[in-house]
Unconditional design. Structure first.
Lengths: 189, 189
DNA sequence: GAAATCATTTGCCATTTGGCAAATAGCAAA
DNA sequence: TTTGCTATTTGCCAAATGGCAAATGATTTC
């Protein structure tokens, strides 16, 4: 919980009373490896902060291949924002890739906080915007470089993830086959 | 100006007085083909709405190649949001690819509107979030498909742009060479 | 511990894409 | 119209990557 409050306070100020109110609405969630935090086809009504573990967002393309869209690890928010905000079905799965611990809020409580705490909405908007921009800045450069450079960029962006998740997920994140990624790994020894 | 107000009202309600206030702060901006709306290395203090024309966001990678990151055309907001919000230097250029007309606000007036008009901040946040999500949803799928599919996706996403901008910009957007794109175009006749 | 399952590496070959250069087309200024 | 500049197309070949299958390695289950 400490981590979450520290994270939030980077984006704006809150007094102790406000912090306590936020804490009172939070609950802990633990997921095992391979469990889903939220699922495609369902409306996501939870927002989570990863205290421990690695997750990914993935979907199935029109050929049925499973595509990893991005990874999310410790000290980041996890939410399918389109589904959460607009009460529409998710188009992707959010899956734990290791055993995970989250600080979690359900939508009703989250909205109550937004209505109650002055300035909370601004903080939330900043957090969400920053996360969205980060997603773009991480994903976009991959389009224009070759497979080896993609992997090197991946290592830069996610230095703590490469050893914690299966090669095939990284390959699908990078848009290359697992065989190719295996060879690339060998080449950069 | 009509178009801009119509666009804004999709995201929330405003009364006539509020609309008039917004209008009073807006100014028209015209750019010629190849002019810059904002430039890398400078702080961007303008936010614009494209009434007519096509723009692109581009940058130079570490090899010095010019990369088109995305295209933006009519009825969309144009702003380097990181630079605008945080007063930091832009990392990219926003360039007119055709002669363009914008409805424009400078930062000072924009912030005054945010402070004055109840609910304007919510509308703005919705607009920005939607635009950021759209950018991710457009760019991310390109990573995982081959060159031909990338071009087909481009045609889907930007049906009105393919004929209005040079092939080489589209190629750099898709992360393929202009020669390859030329061949791809021939193959899908 | 053995068997079964899943992940990763490797080999072989086909296909795609890139790099380079030349040819052609399109456009704009004089 | 001519000239010059830039964009696009095309050819040729090399390099990168994919598809498939087999081998190896790692992990889980009984």
């Amino acid at each position: 919980m400490k981590e979450f409050i520290k994270y939030v306070l980077q984006f704006g100020n809150l007094n102790q009373q406000q912090i306590d109110l936020i804490k009172s609405k939070a609950f802990e969630l633990e997921l095992h490896k391979d469990d889903y935090f939220s699922e495609a086809g369902k409306v996501s009504r939870q927002i989570g902060f990863i205290v421990e573990g690695v997750t990914r967002v993935c979907y199935y393309n029109n050929k049925g291949d499973e595509i990893t869209k991005y990874f999310i690890d410790e000290n980041n928010l996890v939410v399918d924002i389109e589904s959460f905000d607009n009460e529409i079905c998710s188009s992707a799965y959010v899956q734990a890739l290791t055993d995970c611990k989250f600080i979690c809020f359900n939508k009703k409580d989250w909205q109550e906080l937004l209505n109650t705490i002055i300035g909370w909405d601004t903080i939330v908007h900043k957090i969400i915007s920053k996360a969205l921009i980060q997603k773009i800045e991480r994903r976009s450069p991959l389009v224009t470089v070759d497979a080896t450079e993609r992997y090197l960029k991946f290592l830069e962006i996610y230095p703590n993830i490469a050893n914690r998740v299966p090669l095939s997920y990284i390959a699908s994140y990078l848009g290359i086959t697992h065989s190719s990624l295996s060879r690339i790994r060998k080449n950069i020894h």
